[in-house]
Design a protein around this ligand. Structure first.
Ligand SMILES: [Zn+2]
Length: 488
């Protein structure tokens, strides 16, 4: 019994044990399940930029963004699983702050990351010079250096005018700063050099003629040192002129800069008596511009140019181009000298002395009409040396010259021929005139205001004359007549 009972109990115990094991397994499974679902960490996503979130890029350089990573719990998700939008505002042609933005869509959620891109000018300007060394004269110590250079900046362009020059011991330092504050310096070694002589030039002429007992006016001299500084005040003038005594005097002008002295002298001639035309010594470098055959279509333009430079000329007028003849009044009113050339400019004026004088008088009446008075000045058509008149009347030019001179008229030929009537072009005219006047003390220049080529070059001729110390004057009865040899 007891054995049975015991056996039963034993069986019962096993049953209990099994049940407990099953229960324990069940609880374990539940707890495992619960713990798994409760303590499992949540998934995290992040959009991370490669590199810095704020970067600088040089102006005008290309900008390449460093990109991004998209992470799921620190594990990179490949780009092909993402939908990516890029917004790029960066303008590398203009300085400024820009955004480079990524927008990533993953599992219906949008993530964004923005990088700040600063377009900056961090490239310094460039100073260019061919000078390997600088010669420094004593006059340059405080003054402007004579250095040639240029400066250019990637952003500001040419900034040569912003370059600062500084002398430091044995070198010149050039420096320049661009608008973004980038600085460039360049050093050029200084070489001490012997200073060139100063330059001195006389005001007025090197030879001055003063009539006895008249006043000599000292015009002085101008001077520049080797650094082109004006040093007129340093000029010493030695010598004097006694205008009561006929003779030749020398005035010495000297100027010193550094160790060098430059000297010029002026000869003053005090003379007695009358100086004869045509070459009067105190009438050096005088130019009489004369214009024949007008007034014509270019005369007004010529008058405008003469007026611009306040240059006076002489017009040998005709009645050939009637619409322009009233311009004689303007010529006269603006201070030019009016002289007769001919009414018709036909060679038939040389048929006889009478035909010539009738033509002359008819033209002079027209001149009187526009100027209020007749003129005593004239020029033969073709000049007094013309030979065409031989075919009209033998000896007629000689006869006319005698008759006209007797009546108090003065004729003029020329000693400088522009050759415009013969078809010279403007540059030939310029050359003919400037060469011609440079060979003479006084020049009567033949030109024609009906020639386009002359009008085109007259301003250049005037400028040449004014720049080279010539005086332009008008002809009058006591001017040099410059007569040619009469051939008929
Ligand atoms: Zn003529």
């Amino acid at each position: 019994m007891r054995r049975v009972k015991r056996k039963f109990i034993k069986i019962n115990d096993v049953y209990v044990e099994i049940t407990r094991i099953i229960l324990a397994l069940f609880l374990f499974t539940i707890s495992m399940f619960l713990s798994k679902s409760m303590f499992q960490p949540r998934k995290t996503y992040s959009l991370v930029l490669n590199g810095n979130t704020s970067v600088d890029v040089s102006i005008k350089n290309d900008y390449t963004d460093a990109g991004f990573k998209f992470l799921e719990n620190n594990k990179k998700i490949e780009a092909n699983e993402l939908k990516i939008n890029v917004k790029n505002d960066v303008d590398t042609n203009n300085l400024g702050q820009y955004a480079y933005t990524y927008e990533v869509i993953y599992k219906n959620t949008t993530y964004t990351a923005k990088r700040i891109v600063n377009v900056v000018d961090n490239i310094p300007p460039v100073i260019k010079t061919d000078m390997q060394q600088v010669e420094l004269f004593s006059c340059q110590k405080d003054g402007k250096l004579n250095i040639e250079y240029s400066a250019e900046d990637n952003y500001d362009g040419v900034i040569t005018d912003k370059v600062k020059e500084k002398i430091d011991a044995n070198k010149v330092i050039l420096s320049v700063v661009d608008s973004s504050g980038n600085e460039t310096t360049k050093e050029i070694p200084i070489v001490e050099t012997e200073e060139p002589s100063p330059k001195i030039s006389l005001n007025g002429r090197e030879i001055v003629y003063v009539k006895q007992n008249e006043t000599y006016i000292e015009e002085g001299a101008i001077a520049f040192d080797a650094c082109e500084n004006k040093i007129d005040d340093e000029v010493k003038i030695e010598g004097s002129v006694d205008t009561t005594k006929v003779g030749t005097y020398e005035i010495k002008y000297s100027v010193t800069s550094g160790t060098k002295t430059s000297v010029k002298t002026r000869t003053v001639i005090v003379y007695d008596g009358i100086i004869n035309n045509p070459i009067s010594p105190n009438r050096d470098k005088v130019v009489y511009l004369t214009f024949d055959d007008g007034p014509g279509r270019y005369t007004e333009e010529l008058l405008d140019i003469l007026k611009k430079y306040n240059v006076k000329a002489t017009f040998f007028v005709t009645n050939q181009f009637k619409a322009y003849v009233p311009l004689i009044k303007r010529e006269h009113d603006e201070g030019h000298s009016i002289a007769i050339h001919t009414l018709t400019h036909k060679w038939s004026v040389y048929d006889s002395v009478e035909t010539y004088i009738k033509d002359f008088n008819d033209m002079n009446n027209i001149v009187e009409q526009y100027t209020g008075s007749k003129t005593n000045l004239f020029r033969f058509p073709g000049g007094s040396s013309n030979t065409i008149s031989r075919g009209h009347s033998k000896g007629v030019v000689s006869a006319i010259a005698n008759e006209m001179t007797k009546r108090g008229y003065v004729y003029f030929d020329w000693n400088v021929d522009s050759n415009d009537a013969a078809g010279a072009n403007s540059s030939q005219i310029y050359s003919n005139v400037t060469t011609g006047i440079s060979k003479r003390h006084e020049s009567v220049v033949l030109m024609h205001d009906i020639k386009r080529s002359t009008i085109d070059v007259i301003e250049d001729i005037i400028v040449y004359g004014l720049n080279n110390g010539y005086t332009f004057d008008t002809l009058n009865v006591s001017s040099p007549t410059v007569h040619h040899h009469i051939n008929n």
